[in-house]
Design a protein around this ligand. Structure first.
Ligand code: ATP
Ligand code: MG
Length: 693
């Protein structure tokens, strides 16, 4: 487990901070970056004997591609799952620590854990290393993101000492020839010596798995090796003298150790892209098309040797290619034209969408492929809070975005809709779809325990494999943000309007029924959002400590008067409060006496009574205060003309609290209050007393 490697060099930002402003500043920043030390480390060269000493000192150098990938991933450590959640551990690697979380994956612990298990089995040589790792899921479920993370992880670790990787080149015929597949120099060892070396390495290796030879020489190296042995009468020294080992780093851009294959249309697919091609210019030089020196071993399988090859849309591959893929998977070998099988050592990762996968399942010819594939389903998130994080990553945590203010709940509303489109209606009719979503998110739902969760999951195992992709949401939020003439704040309702509008153009919605269902779900989220806003306003009203305290004093005065039978207490006020917590007319006398006794007992101990002393009373007072205020809001909703100052002030105070405590700006706070006022005026809110009961 490690944190980000300490970087001995100052970052460009640190350098910029140091440099004075003025002409020449940027070139000074550039010149201050000194990469010579790092460069020397990464470009180490040396004779075979030195390399073998390096391996002796650090047997990890002899790892296979799967072992390297597995080690890289787990080196970032794990976080335990929340207690009782039943989730697997979280692998920190998927938080994208290498790029400040820009490509972080949220949620999806189960499929990611499955992926790590597969890598582990492959590292142990249990057969998983002879399978295509197939990420399967709906569009936009982060399959490419996972592949990108793995590739970048490999690149980064190859620059660190713990991920150093070496190959060799030949100094022959007056020239220098790199092994075209960047093989491990250990491939050069004569078979008899190789077994001894590996046995010894395994004695000293403290990894959890065993090291094993990763293959035999490629045709080019075999050619030089055999020739040198022949010419020297079997003297390995001749090979040794011709060899120079060197360190290299993985780089997708430079096509080193990381290959990517993207199928084009079927007519243009050409297997040479995978397994290399004859170099016709060199045939003339070497006189034969079966001379390995006249062949370009630069197919994606060769490029990715020792690292990882990614097949984008793997099932769009022409069948002819799939045979190459099968050999590469099962035998760890590819067959270039005119040459024998050539060993490779690389992780083969593919991804595909559901329609292609269904086609594969229905195709008997593809049985061999199916059999050599480990499929990992990568669904959409069905946990709301994870989905929100996707959009926070794109649009920021709230506040300004693209010159506009992203109001609280805007992204939550979008995420909520996204998740709802992915859920199946619960079989239990007592549970609404929205409640199911809250349960999945770990929130309490009245009448349901977390135990219900397992049952819900079991009745809908394919949940998350359909629904709307985060891309659509990202597009619609973006469209709403940059729309002409839009108000300065983007609220949840604006986002929902944008989603609803977008449904008309959504290319993946194929039936009117589906469109209607999605549109209805926008309505569901709208209602949820309204409830949330009402709660928020309610809480803001209750946060007016002075007002609650004032109301409390009035109540206590009235109750004291009523109990002692003196004066003329305000019966309406008392009942208004008591009814909020279900104190009946018959019980009111007892309740009031209890309060008075309680106050007396406190004062006997020298303590003062405040509304905080009694939770029941507190809740009653807050609800009453809110009810009074609600009338104020109703008033503002109803009147388009003059509102009296007192009302205006009350509203302003609540708005101020929304701004201070909840992340609203003045404008969106005003819009929320207007909306909530409208809701109260329509009288469709649940009465607070009912909720408290
Ligand atoms: N669970 C998730 N966590 C973080 N981001 C996600 C998640 N799911 C989707 N995304 C985001 O959705 C977008 C699409 O992701 P990506 O391109 O990786 O999907 P994909 O599965 O490869 O899609 P396709 O099948 O269309 O190629 C990206 O912006 C990605 O960051
Ligand atoms: Mg993709």
């Amino acid at each position: 487990m490690h944190d980000l490697p300490p970087d001995p060099l100052p970052t460009p930002r640190e350098l910029s901070a140091r440099e004075e402003d003025g002409p020449g500043r940027y070139i000074r920043i550039v010149r201050a970056v000194d990469e010579r030390k790092a460069w020397a480390d990464l470009n180490w060269t040396g004779p075979l004997a030195d390399y073998l000493d390096l391996v002796r000192g650090d047997p990890r150098l002899a790892r296979s591609s799967w072992q390297r990938l597995y080690d890289m991933l787990v080196s970032w450590g794990t976080d335990p799952a929340p207690e009782g959640s039943g989730r697997p551990v979280h692998h920190r690697f998927f938080d994208d620590p290498l790029d400040a979380g820009r490509d972080a994956i949220f949620g999806l612990e189960a499929p990611l854990a499955q992926l790590v298990c597969h890598l582990k089995a492959a590292a142990h040589g249990l057969g998983a290393e002879r399978r295509v790792l197939l990420l399967h899921g709906p569009v936009g479920s982060s399959k490419s993101t996972i592949a990108r993370l793995l590739k970048r992880g490999l690149e980064a670790v190859s620059r660190q000492p713990e991920g150093a990787i070496y190959s060799y080149r030949w100094h022959v015929d007056g020239g220098v020839h790199d092994c075209p597949m960047r093989e491990d120099p250990l491939h050069l060892l004569p078979p008899s010596a190789r077994d001894d070396v590996y046995a010894d390495l395994n004695r000293h290796f403290d990894g959890e798995y065993r090291l094993a030879p990763t293959g035999k020489l490629c045709p080019v190296c075999r050619f030089y090796y055999d020739r040198l042995m022949r010419e020297s009468g079997g003297d390995f020294g001749a090979v040794e003298r011709a060899i120079e080992c060197y360190r290299f780093v993985f780089s997708e851009q430079d096509r080193v150790g990381i290959g990517t294959f993207q199928p084009k249309d079927e007519k243009n697919q050409d297997s040479t892209e995978l397994t290399g091609d004859i170099n016709y210019r060199l045939i003339a030089e070497y006189g034969s098309d079966s001379d390995p020196r006249a062949f370009n071993f630069d197919g994606e399988f060769h490029v990715a040797n020792r690292g990882l090859v990614e097949f984008i849309e793997i099932l769009k591959l022409d069948v002819a290619f799939l045979y190459d893929l099968l050999g590469a998977t099962q035998e760890h070998a590819v067959k270039p034209k005119k040459f024998a099988q050539t060993d490779i050592d690389e992780v083969i990762l593919g991804h595909t969408n559901s329609p292609e996968f269904r086609r594969l399942q229905n195709n008997e010819l593809m049985e061999a492929f199916r059999d050599r594939t480990t499929r990992i389903d990568v669904p959409y998130n069905i946990r709301l809070s994870d989905e929100v994080r996707i959009y926070r990553k794109t649009f920021g945590g709230g506040g300004a975005c693209a010159g506009r203010h992203l109001a609280p709940h805007a992204l939550e509303a979008a995420a909520m809709w996204a998740v709802l489109t992915r859920l199946e209606e619960p079989k239990n009719h007592a549970l609404t779809l929205a409640q199911k979503m809250y349960l999945y998110d770990g929130r309490p739902v009245k009448g349901f325990t977390p135990a219900a969760l397992a049952e819900l999951r079991a009745e809908a195992p394919a949940e998350g494999m359909t629904g709307v992709s985060p891309r659509f949401i990202q597009d619609r939020v973006a469209a709403a943000l940059v729309a002409d003439g839009a108000p300065p704040c983007l609220t949840g309702f604006d986002v929902l309007d944008s989603l609803d509008k977008g449904l008309l153009q959504h290319p993946l919605i194929d039936s009117e029924e589906q469109r209607r269902r999605y549109s209805d779900l926008v309505g569901v989220v709208r209602e949820e959002l309204e409830e949330t806003l009402k709660d928020e306003v309610r809480a803001s009203v209750a946060a007016d400590v002075e007002a609650v305290q004032r109301l409390c004093c009035n109540y206590v005065d009235a109750v004291t008067a009523a109990v002692s039978g003196q004066g003329s207490p305000d019966e309406r006020l008392m009942r208004g409060i008591e009814e909020k917590i279900g104190v009946t007319e018959a019980r009111k006398g007892d309740f009031r006496r209890e309060i008075v006794n309680y106050i007396d007992a406190l004062s006997a101990r020298g303590e003062a009574f405040t509304y905080l002393s009694n939770p029941r009373l507190r809740s009653a007072l807050e609800l009453k205060l809110f009810e009074d205020c609600r009338d104020t809001f109703k008033l503002t909703a109803g009147s388009s003309t003059v509102i009296d100052r007192d009302v205006q002030e009350k509203v302003a105070v609540v708005a101020g609290r929304l701004v201070r405590d909840k992340g609203y700006c003045e404008r969106c706070a005003a819009r929320v209050l207007e909306r909530v006022a409208g809701l109260f005026a329509r009288g469709d809110s649940k009465a607070p007393a009912e909720e408290a009961a």
